[in-house]
Design a protein around this ligand. Sequence first.
Ligand SMILES: Nc1ncnc2c1ncn2[C@@H]1O[C@H](COP(=O)(O)OP(=O)(O)O)[C@@H](O)[C@H]1O
Ligand SMILES: [Mg+2]
Length: 278
Amino acid sequence: MTTEPVPGAAAAATGDGSGDVLRVEHINKRFGAVTALHDVNLHLGRGEVLGLLGDNGAGKSTLIKIMCGFQPPTSGRIILEGQEITLKSVDHARSLGIDTVYQDLALINELTVYHNMFLNRERTRWSLLSNRSMRRTAQEQLDRIGVNIPSVDAEVAKLSGGQRQAIAVARAVTSSAKVLLLDEPLAAMGAKEGAMILELVKDLKAQGQVSIIMIMHNYGQALEVCDRINLLQHGEIGVPAGPRGAAAAEICLTLVPSRRRRPCRAASAGTAGVATAG
Ligand SMILES: Nc1ncnc2c1ncn2[C@@H]1O[C@H](COP(=O)(O)OP(=O)(O)O)[C@@H](O)[C@H]1O
Ligand SMILES: [Mg+2]
């Protein structure tokens, strides 16, 4: 890791001088002729839940993959707790406290649920896997979150998309991450499973120990759980066009602090529940 102090980073973060846990500045990402991200700036406060919304192909997953060390930006800076960092890999990001649930998950289908829950952080005793201990903890964690699966001994391949998603989310939230990046954690879920994940995110927020960026495609769900929402369009965080879009922009870009969430929710009645394609 290279870490360099960023002059005035904390003060410049949000304008409120309190500093952010994570910021990206002037991020550009090109894939050959395709510009996936253009001058993206985003910040995440401590204990905050930030929703990232946008249409399919807007660049949401690309941005998450840059923040989690999966791929480097073409240019731009990533600042973690006031220090500029150059992420070398996903493991490197994880070692710094940035954990991710990808849209195209990262579970090993041939392994059991509990082995997946402890992937890359297996418990061992005298160089042997502590299966009993991992099994028990995995079961406790899933119970706590309210995820229903036939057995923690089941192969992940045998589970539904929603169950796999729930396991990936459970794995990430039970790590000791400072920053959680969730790429469409509700995508493959039924209403009940999705509601459980939203409750879980609310619980984590109440505990205030982790900061979360969550890609979502449903304004209603986003307003229910997020402190703020950023809208990504065609690789840029900006204001959507059109009268209806303007209303959405107001919600999204005025940033919705929790204490003002009730009036904002009422104001958003027209957009709540509207799903974008992303
Ligand atoms: N590895 C890649 N190679 C080439 N183009 C890519 C790659 N990853 C993403 N893109 C392109 O970048 C744009 C943004 O994609 P993505 O970040 O997946 O969008 P979203 O998650 O918002 O749907 C799309 O045009 C996509 O085709
Ligand atoms: Mg995506």
